[in-house]
Design a protein around this ligand. Structure first.
Ligand SMILES: Cc1ncc(COP(=O)(O)O)c(C=O)c1O
Length: 391
């Protein structure tokens, strides 16, 4: 194998250049641990950006994928498939009530793109309302619903008909949702925007407003889904009944997959207006079925609630003038600092903990939900040490 510096040089030479990268070469993972090419071990609080809920190299996912890859990898959507049929049924079973159908695709942005198209189709309206600091993806429709100045300007003009209003402010939403509104799209906890939990009254209020004014309510659970926040889906904390629910990231134990769960207010979708070659392929479906089974049998949502509370309490107990706020839901935790987090993330990585940012000033923790209580405590200790060192 090449050395770390050779791998970094090779990838750096040929990579698109779109990503800012840490100088680490990760080559192996197990549970909530990662190893670099030099054999150094890390506690993983990046979790593949919220993908690795069931842990790295999960044996149940490995088994399902190994069996399925030998049987059938692709089955076009013009045919039926056993794995796909079971997964569609499982998604509608575990989702909020009333979502009886699903469309399968390959990523979060594709799920959002599909939901936006379904909303326009179903309502014959064009206006879409999103929230400021929301993040829904980087393709044109999803980007149009993403009100973040760092992502949009180079690609304007974006899709017409999109507006953004402040998050967690019902009065402002009441002013913009009208008889031309096809849908409102919201995250239940804004992830990329700084780990900002939605208020239950606000979210239920937006849902009622949509129903009253004939618009659809799209919930983006791409980051919050599959146990991350302490329930299978974050919508379930607030008894929400969205009309469309976008999922992706952790759905298939690490394999690329996305989906949209579809409620009855969407009605029948005309044939052929949307689709995906790889969407719902048997390999991803088998991985997703194993993932869902594992999440349920290992009670990962309950675990996320318990360990998330432990992580949050630990971080809140750190006494440092650098900390502005600690917030989150389940194992989706953000620590807002008074300055930029980048140097502290680098310091943490030197101490064997990988975490990520959410904007410039929020340190974000999205560990695999299988992380141990001891590792959570170690993370807290090392965060405290990094902050103390820099004061
Ligand atoms: C809430 C939310 N929606 C959509 C996306 C886009 O997902 P993907 O990167 O799989 O396209 C993300 C990605 O971070 C996300 O957090």
């Amino acid at each position: 194998m090449k050395s770390s510096s050779e791998i970094i040089a090779l990838e750096g030479r040929h990579d698109s250049g779109l990503y800012s990268k840490q100088p680490l070469v990760l080559v192996r993972g197990e549970g909530a641990r990662l190893w670099d090419a030099d054999g150094r071990e890390y506690i993983d609080c990046v979790g593949g950006h919220g993908v690795a809920n069931v842990g790295h190299a999960n044996p149940a996912v490995i088994r399902a994928v190994t069996e399925q890859v030998q049987r059938l990898v692709i089955c076009p959507n013009g045919f039926y498939n056993d794995q796909r049929a079971q997964l569609l049924a499982e998604l509608t079973r575990i989702g909020p009530p009333g979502l009886e159908r699903a469309f399968l695709c390959n990523s979060g942005t594709e799920a959002v793109e599909a939901a936006l198209k379904f909303a326009r189709l179903a309502t014959c309206r064009t206006k879409i309302i999103a929230a400021m600091r929301g993040f829904h993806g980087r393709t044109f429709g999803a980007l149009s619903a993403t009100c973040r100045s760092q992502y949009r300007p180079p690609f304007e003009p974006l899709v017409p008909g999109f507006e953004s209003v402040p998050y967690n402010r019902l009065e402002q939403m009441q002013q913009v949702v009208d008889e031309e509104t096809a849908a409102v799209i919201l995250e239940i906890v804004q992830g990329e925007g700084g780990v900002i939990p939605g208020d239950g009254g606000y979210l239920r209020g937006v849902q009622a407003l949509c129903q009253e004014r004939g618009a659809l309510f799209i919930v983006d659970e791409v980051q919050t889904g599959f146990g991350r926040t302490g329930r299978m889906f974050a919508s379930q904390h607030h008894d929400l009944r969205p009309d469309l629910m976008c999922v992706a990231k952790s759905i298939a134990g690490g394999l690329p997959m996305g989906g949209v769960l579809i409620g009855s207010r969407v009605g029948d979708l005309p044939r052929k207006v949307h689709g995906s070659t790889f969407g719902g392929n048997p390999l991803a479906c088998a991985a997703a079925l194993a993932t869902i089974r594992y999440i349920e049998s290992e009670h990962l949502p309950e675990r996320a609630a318990e360990l998330g509370a432990r992580l949050m309490a630990g971080l809140q107990a750190i006494s440092s003038p650098l900390i502005r706020d600690v917030r989150g839901l389940g194992l989706m935790v953000g620590m807002e600092l008074k300055g930029k987090v980048a140097p502290y993330l680098a310091g943490l990585s030197d101490r064997g903990v990988l975490a990520l940012s959410a904007g410039a000033t929020v340190m974000r923790f999205l560990p695999p939900l299988v992380i141990s209580a001891e590792d959570v405590d170690t993370v807290v200790e090392r965060v405290a040490a990094v902050l103390e060192n820099e004061e």
